[in-house]
Design a binder for this molecule. Structure first.
Ligand code: COA
Length: 378
């Protein structure tokens, strides 16, 4: 096998077809079922986009109403999931809490061993509907607060904020949150989606595939980067009394020092996009609105300082996690809760792939080039 060409990280390898989304690095574009993601973020609710990813078309008013009825009926935290969360230390990472909750919900689902298309769409909607309660309750219990019950007069994004903070959500904040949920929903064969497809290819069940995908998303090279961005901001120091320019200058100095030490800066770079992430301009616009809504220009200073220093030094552009991290921070989410929000969104994309994979399934099982000992005697 000495001459075998190894494609480390499967970089550049096309492993299957998909009709769910198209990432075009040359034109910096991302289509969900043919629609540009920035148009969906501007014109649609997250529920409409979830429907699009699952069914291939945007819903008509009746289809949307039916989806909302099912989603709203599944929002309450299952008592067994609550007990499982409470059995975990409050120091447990919220991604571990999400992963555990997905697993418990799977084992308790009435259709647990049924992987028919009808069972899978029911399980996908149920799991998507259940996740905000998990994320919200976990953040509240870490703050010593009681659970907030869901409200069925609110859409998915507004109810998510309601259950987390227990306050009537402000429209502008709901809008920015909705944009982030749409942008995070789907991104072709990224590491966690590929993980979900690998598990599905063994004919395992939907919840097992999502549980594995949550594990893959946790890593800082993938979804965990949105948290890591906030750690960078914290390390530089967020000073609310500082001007934008002062903050930018400190951020620039921090970046130069970090790059001189060959540090990887989270929230920058992408395996596929090499000239900028198609989702960043839309998320940056949402961040800008939140910065002015909360009156926090110094955060924009840090943001701009890091971005321009990275561009000057290495021409590496920010990815979606870069504007998403500070947006969630401004909304009041704890930093370790950022990636679980991504989970609630990406469940839509993962489960769309979990339902697409069986249509032309082949067990995903690559080869390896052995470079250990030659055969030897015991
Ligand atoms: N900070 C500093 N340097 C970076 C970088 C970053 N965030 N991303 C890439 N680079 C540099 C690498 O050091 C490497 O430089 P070199 O050729 O001098 O060694 C070059 O750019 C290529 O990087 P590489 O890691 O091989 O690219 P990749 O396609 O394998 O990696 C990521 C893509 C996403 C893993 C990588 O950009 C990264 O680690 N980013 C930070 C994590 C992150 O934000 N992840 C979320 C992705 S949506």
């Amino acid at each position: 096998m000495a001459d075998t060409e190894i494609k480390k990280g499967l970089a550049g390898v096309v492993v299957d077809h998909t009709a769910i989304s198209k990432v075009n690095a040359e034109t910096n574009s991302l289509l969900y079922r043919g629609y540009p993601v920035q148009d969906l973020a501007e014109k649609c609710s997250f529920e409409e986009v979830a429907y699009l990813l699952w069914y291939g078309e945007l819903p008509d008013p009746w289809q949307l109403a039916a989806l909302k009825v099912q989603e709203r009926s599944r929002r309450t935290l299952d008592p067994a999931v609550r007990a499982a969360i409470e059995s975990l230390p409050t120091s447990a990472h919220p991604m571990d809490v999400c992963r555990t909750a997905a697993s418990v919900l799977g084992a308790r689902h009435g259709l647990a061993e049924d992987s028919s298309p009808q069972a899978n769409i029911t399980k996908a909607i149920d799991l998507w509907a259940a996740m905000p309660a998990v994320v919200a309750y976990d953040q509240r219990r870490r703050r010593g607060l009681d659970i907030v019950e869901p409200r069925d007069d609110l859409g998915y994004s507004a109810n998510f904020l309601w259950m987390t903070f227990g306050e009537d959500p402000v429209d502008e904040v709901v809008e920015a949150f909705n944009v982030s949920m749409i942008l995070y929903a789907e991104h072709s064969f990224n590491a966690s989606t590929f993980t979900a497809r690998v598990v599905t290819s063994t004919l395992s069940d939907l919840h097992s595939a999502v549980t594995a995908a949550i594990g893959a998303l946790k890593g800082p090279l993938h979804g965990g980067a949105n948290e890591a961005v906030m750690h960078t901001f914290d390390e530089i120091g967020i000073r609310s009394d500082e001007s934008m320019d002062e903050a930018a200058a400190r951020a620039k100095a921090w970046m130069e020092e970090a790059l001189a030490h060959k540090k990887k800066i989270m929230g920058f770079g992408h395996r596929v996009y090499k000239n900028g992430d198609s989702r960043v301009p839309t998320m940056k616009a949402a961040l800008d609105k939140m910065i002015s809504h909360y009156g926090r220009p110094e955060l924009l200073g840090l943001y701009n300082g890091l971005e321009s220093a990275m561009d000057e030094a290495k021409r590496i552009k920010p990815n979606l996690d870069y504007p998403a991290g500070p947006t969630y921070h401004l909304m009041g989410f704890d930093t370790p809760t950022f990636t679980p929000i991504f989970v609630a969104s990406r469940i839509t994309g993962w489960t769309a792939h979990i339902m697409e994979q069986p249509a032309s399934n082949s067990l995903i099982r690559p080869l390896s080039a052995y470079d250990g000992h030659e055969q030897r005697s015991v």
